[in-house]
Write a new protein. Structure first.
Length: 183
C-alpha cells in the first residue's frame, strides 16, 4: 500500500522589500513520504522568495522529471520560470534552461558540493542561472519547528531572510552562487 502525502496548511505573511512584494498567502503544501522536512521547507522558501503572479507548486510532485518543484506560468500557460530545489543534475538544468525563460535553484545542501557536480557538464545559459543557498543550521532549525498547521512571516531585506515560524524567530543570509563559478 502506497503512503499518502501529508498536507501542511501554511499562512504566509510575505514582505520582500528587495522586490516590493507584500502578500498574504494561504497555502496547502503536500509533503511526499519520501520528501525530507528540509527539502519541503526549502521548496516553500523558494516559493516565497520567487513569488509572482502565476507561481505554483508542481502537480508532478518532488519526483517529477518533467516539472520543477515550483514553477511560474504566464496567462497563456507557457512555462516562464523553472525553480528547482536541492541538487538537480546537469541534464535536468540544461533541459530546464531551454524550456523556461528563467531558471533558479534553491538548495539546503552544501552549495560547494552542488556546484562541484555541475561544471564538467554543458548547461545551456549556465551564466544566467543563480543557485541560492541557505545555511544548513537555519534549515534544520526551521524544519524542526514545522507542523501540520503553520503561521509563517517571511521578511526579506538585502537578500537577508527573517523568518518567524509559529512564534520562533530565525534569520539567515540567502547566498547567491552561479553555475559559471561567479559568486
Amino acid at each position: 500500500m502506497a503512503l499518502n502525502s501529508t498536507i501542511h496548511t501554511v499562512t504566509v505573511h510575505l514582505a520582500d522589500v528587495d522586490r516590493s512584494v507584500y502578500e498574504e498567502l494561504e497555502l496547502r503544501v503536500a509533503r511526499h513520504p519520501s520528501e525530507s522536512a528540509e527539502y519541503m521547507l526549502t521548496r516553500l522558501l523558494a516559493y516565497c522568495l520567487e513569488y509572482e503572479e502565476g507561481i505554483t507548486f508542481s502537480d508532478g510532485g518532488v519526483s517529477s522529471t518533467d516539472e520543477p518543484p515550483v514553477l511560474v506560468r504566464d496567462l497563456t500557460g507557457r512555462l516562464t520560470t523553472w525553480i528547482d530545489v536541492g541538487a538537480p543534475d546537469a541534464d535536468r538544468i540544461h533541459r530546464a534552461s531551454k524550456l523556461a525563460d528563467r531558471v533558479a535553484i534553491y538548495t539546503h545542501r552544501d552549495p560547494a558540493k552542488v556546484l562541484a557536480a555541475l561544471p564538467a557538464k554543458r548547461i545551456h545559459r549556465a551564466e544566467d542561472i543563480p543557485v541560492y543557498s541557505f545555511d544548513r543550521t537555519f534549515i534544520d532549525s526551521a524544519a524542526g519547528l514545522f507542523d501540520r498547521r503553520n503561521v509563517l512571516t517571511v521578511s526579506v531585506t538585502d537578500r537577508h531572510l527573517f523568518l518567524d515560524l509559529n512564534g520562533t524567530s530565525l534569520s539567515v543570509a540567502v547566498e547567491e552562487h552561479r553555475l559559471d563559478g561567479q559568486s
